[in-house]
Ligand binder design. Structure first.
Ligand code: GDP
Ligand code: ZN
Length: 464
């Protein structure tokens, strides 16, 4: 990634056609670009929308719309920001962007990289790292619960919790370090200051944050399941049954689905990404190249799934194709075998955990037994409904929290060595606190490498 500080420009709205499209520019001083594109006659009042024509180099008008100048430091990035809101057509927006780049040649204006606006906001202390990540999470949220949680993180709820922990660890550490200079006082220090009690309270608080983060991570990542089964066993009906009123799923005509179709439904706010492998067949049955490629892709999705849901018609039983498919299931992915249409077969709704698979008997038509599947899916992701607020944590945050927790554990062990034989190792105690503090601070970005920043911001979309 290129993190030079030259001014940057991008189309900030999603590709495609829309009512409004926005070109956004950020840089230290944009006055020359503003004059060139918005004309010299209408000075822009900071943070006020001005309706005007966006000017080409020859004075002709590219489009008319609103220009807003956010003067540094009162902008998203902390730099001068110019937003040009025109009509949302791909060609007209590209023309406007090209014009801006040309007008900004003199000041080194270039195309923005993915996430570069937010990266600047981070560098200029507009956001900490956890908040910057929440920006991407909010844009990518696939359920309301995830969006709500991301929005809370963006306004700083998660960061504040982390800061509070860091502060408590820091205060305790300063206390311990102060006594290090007076070795004769070490022994009663732990009693007098109740350092152990404080440490225990911090550990408990950290554990709580970890729990809320681990549950929140489920809202982000959800569960990837592959739905396999022969045509007409009821896959589409089941998807509709699980989704409730959330999504309407169109039933593809049997045998025409050549590639996998991903549907996301939600169960208690957890995204469940379902790859519908309508009629996966052995590649030998495929009649043409396109179908063969589709089948190969489907199998690679099967290999990466968290759970395979294999659906059968309970009133008919398995077919030869089912046996072929089952033989190819990867060994390390859990399987739920659904026996559908029990309204026809006469089975009772049931769940049966067998060594080969968890068998569930249900009817997608009259919904009996579908709650068994729902709770089994939630059990597999480790979801517990607690009613606490959740932090939409990333893997990176969970690792940092876990590591901080381990260091506090070590600190507790050092504090415990205060028998007659061995005095408490206060220097080691302090050192573990320092390490815990460092791990926690990495979440909000106080101790982070450029490499990590590169990885985080490069996953953003362009223009954000
Ligand atoms: P898919 O090809 O596997 O997606 O199967 P569909 O969901 O399109 O269902 C195939 C047919 O089976 C449709 O006519 C459904 O109405 C019917 N069907 C699906 N589930 C059930 C069920 O639980 N009971 C009964 N009686 N019919 C069902
Ligand atoms: Zn179907």
């Amino acid at each position: 990634m290129n993190f030079d500080s030259s001014p940057i420009a991008a189309i900030a709205t999603a590709p495609g056609r829309g009512g409004i499209g926005i070109v956004r520019i950020s840089g230290k001083d944009l006055s020359s670009v503003i004059t060139a594109v918005c004309g010299p006659n209408k000075p822009l009042q900071p943070r006020q929308a001005t309706y005007l024509g966006f000017l080409n180099g020859d004075g002709s008008i590219i489009d008319k719309g609103l220009a807003i100048h956010f003067k540094a430091p009162h902008s998203y990035t902390g730099e001068d920001v110019l937003e040009l809101q025109g009509h949302g057509g791909p060609v007209v927006l590209q023309m406007l962007l090209t014009r801006c780049l040309q007008a900004g040649e003199g000041i080194g204006l270039r195309m923005a990289q993915p996430g570069e606006f937010t990266h600047r906001a981070f560098l200029n202390d507009k956001l900490d790292l956890a908040q910057a990540e929440a920006v991407a999470d909010l844009i990518e949220a696939s359920t309301e619960a995830a969006a709500k949680s991301a929005s809370e993180s963006l306004s700083g709820a998660f960061s504040k919790t982390i800061h509070d922990l860091v502060e408590r660890v820091t205060r305790l550490r300063m206390l311990v370090e102060a006594t290090l200079d007076f070795p004769e006082e070490e022994i009663d220090f732990l009693q007098q200051s109740d350092a152990r009690g404080q440490l225990d309270a911090i550990r408990e608080a950290l554990q709580q944050v970890f729990k809320q983060s681990a549950q929140g991570a489920l809202l982000r990542d959800g569960l990837n399941i592959v739905l396999a089964g022969q045509p007409n066993v009821g896959k589409s009906s089941l998807l509709n049954a699980l989704a409730g009123n959330d999504v309407a799923i169109v039933t593809p005509i049997a045998g025409t689905t050549r590639d996998k179709v991903i549907e996301t439904i939600q169960i208690e706010g957890i995204p469940i990404n379902i790859i519908d492998t309508a009629g996966i067949r052995g590649a030998s049955d495929a009649t043409d190249e396109v179908e063969r490629i589709g089948i190969a892709r489907t199998w690679s999705a099967v290999d990466k799934a968290d759970v395979i849901v294999h659906m059968l018609d309970a009133s008919r039983g398995p077919t030869r194709e089912d046996e072929e498919i089952v033989a190819r299931f990867p060994l390390n992915v859990p399987v739920i075998r659904i026996w559908n249409k029990i309204d026809l077969s006469g089975h009772k709704p049931a769940i049966d955990r067998m060594p080969d698979a968890t068998h569930i008997y249900l009817s997608a038509a009259d919904l009996s037994g579908t709650d068994l599947l729902r709770s089994e899916l939630l059990r597999l992701v480790g979801w517990q409904q607690t009613g606490e607020s959740l932090y939409l944590a990333r893997e990176r945050h969970l690792i940092a929290l876990k590591s901080a927790h381990d260091h506090l554990e070590m600190a507790a062990q050092h504090a415990a060595h205060d028998s007659e034989a061995s005095a408490p190792a206060l220097d080691l105690f302090a050192e573990e606190l320092r390490l815990a503090q460092e791990r926690l601070s990495s979440i909000t970005g106080e101790f982070t490498s450029d490499d990590l920043l590169g990885v985080i911001f490069s996953r953003f979309c362009i223009g954000k």
